[in-house]
Design a protein around this ligand. Structure first.
Ligand code: 1AE
Length: 416
């Protein structure tokens, strides 16, 4: 439906009045009240009126509230082409009105045309690093709070020397006297250079971009001028539009990584909130994230596997639009399943997310009994076996660091 954004909701209602609910949303979230309007006003407002696309009632289940999927089409002339206006239109007031969850949004070609999407995407990040044909490896500083520049420089070096492709700040690292932003960048670049001279491998440093929202663009530009080559951003705390403005700015010529902090306050309820694939998949890519972190199905903060697969699909595959131009111009973002990842989980991650993904670990690298360099190596050995197609279990013992990691954390197997 060109000219409309279609929102899909899951609604639970003890009275099962789903058609009435759908009409109420379509009218209430667009022109207000329809029935009481005089004819002349109705004609004028017709083009602004929301449309009920479908109401699909589910088979009632014992002990559960009646539920239905409702789809509403919203005329794009009602809102400006930005994510805050979109979200307030489709889920502002009604997010507080009973058991209703926003499941999906379908965008029209005209709406998508306002969003450049990720500046680098999967291909762009790969070409910055010069790495093709294997999942990338990312690590997180652990710990970084209370650490001085010397300690962070050494941590950076160890991560890069172990073969890590991308090193990210912890999302909880803000401006602080021990490791101020510009100084932190300076020591990280120096450590990256030192490691690269030894390994011949490039690395990226995703610095946590923080501070007042009005200063973010200037701060990001300054970081780029000083040599920053990636940024980390707490998107849900600052808002999707903040990411959109950073990623669309031509002077911020580095990839941006979206952290999912706060997402757990929004997606987990079966009755309310915003579904994880939309929250962390479609909207993050639309706003311009080159990489998106989300809990993997296997680690310490596990997410439902189907949801993680749907996030990855939204990040990498086509939009649900038949617009070929949007398919081609909005680049694919890297899925980064995270939290509690160690080398023994990598076969499951590879099976689920394949080559075009990033394996990311904090404790799983720094906690290696032989140190962080060995932690990085253990992951790279795991990635190398998986990419070769050889039998993972049979090859473990040929790699000292990987064997130690498996002895420490074990080998995870799929529960059938
Ligand atoms: C889903 C986000 C994971 C994250 O930010 C983080 O810091 C993970 O650390 P580890 O790998 O669990 O130590």
């Amino acid at each position: 439906m060109n000219g409309y954004v279609i929102a899909t909701y899951l609604v639970h209602d003890s009275k099962a009045q789903f058609h009435k609910k759908a009409e109420g949303i379509a009218v209430g979230m667009t022109v207000g009240s329809w029935t009481e309007l005089p004819q002349a006003k109705k004609e004028k407002l017709q083009k602004h009126l929301g449309q009920v696309v479908s109401v699909t009632e589910h088979e009632p289940k014992e002990g559960e509230l009646p539920s239905a999927m409702i789809q509403i089409a919203y005329p794009e002339i009602n809102f400006s082409n930005d994510i805050p206006a979109l979200l307030v239109t489709v889920f502002g007031k009604i997010s507080m009105d009973g058991k209703i969850k926003l499941i999906d949004l379908e965008f029209s070609p005209s709406f998508l045309a306002s969003f450049p999407g990720p500046k680098f995407g999967i291909e762009g990040v790969r070409s910055l690093l010069g790495v093709q044909d294997r999942p990338l490896l990312m690590s997180i500083f652990k710990s970084c709070i209370g650490q001085d520049l010397e300690s962070l420089e050494e941590q950076f070096y160890q991560q890069a020397a172990g073969g890590v492709d991308i090193i990210k700040d912890d999302e909880i690292l803000f401006e602080n006297p021990l490791s101020p932003f510009e100084k932190r960048l300076e020591v990280a670049l120096r450590a990256a250079q030192r490691a690269s001279e030894e390994t011949g491998q490039k690395s990226l440093y995703a610095m946590n971009l923080t501070g007042p929202v009005t200063e973010l663009v200037d701060k990001a530009k300054r970081a780029v001028e000083l040599g920053a080559n990636a940024l980390l951003f707490n998107v849900l705390a600052y808002g999707y539009d903040a990411l959109h403005r950073l990623s669309a700015d031509p002077d911020i010529s580095v990839p941006i990584m979206a952290h999912p902090a706060l997402a757990g306050a929004i997606y987990p309820s079966p009755h309310q909130g915003i579904a994880a694939p939309l929250l962390l998949g479609k909207l993050m890519r639309l706003a311009g994230a080159d990489f998106v972190l989300f809990p993997s199905p296997y680690g310490s903060v596990a997410m439902d596997r189907e949801d993680t697969l749907a996030i990855a699909k939204h990040l990498r595959e086509g939009w649900n639009t038949d617009d070929q131009q949007a398919q081609q111009t909005i680049k694919a973002s890297f899925p980064v399943p995270s939290a509690g990842i160690h080398p023994g989980i990598t076969p499951l991650l590879y099976e689920d997310f394949g080559t075009e993904s990033i394996m990311n670990a904090g404790g799983g690298i720094h906690g290696h009994p032989q140190g962080a360099i060995a932690g990085g190596r253990a992951f790279r050995q795991a990635i190398s076996i998986l990419s070769s197609g050889n039998n993972f279990e049979q090859e473990i013992s040929s790699h000292t660091e990987l064997q130690t990691a498996i002895d420490t954390w074990g080998l995870s197997r799929r529960e059938r």
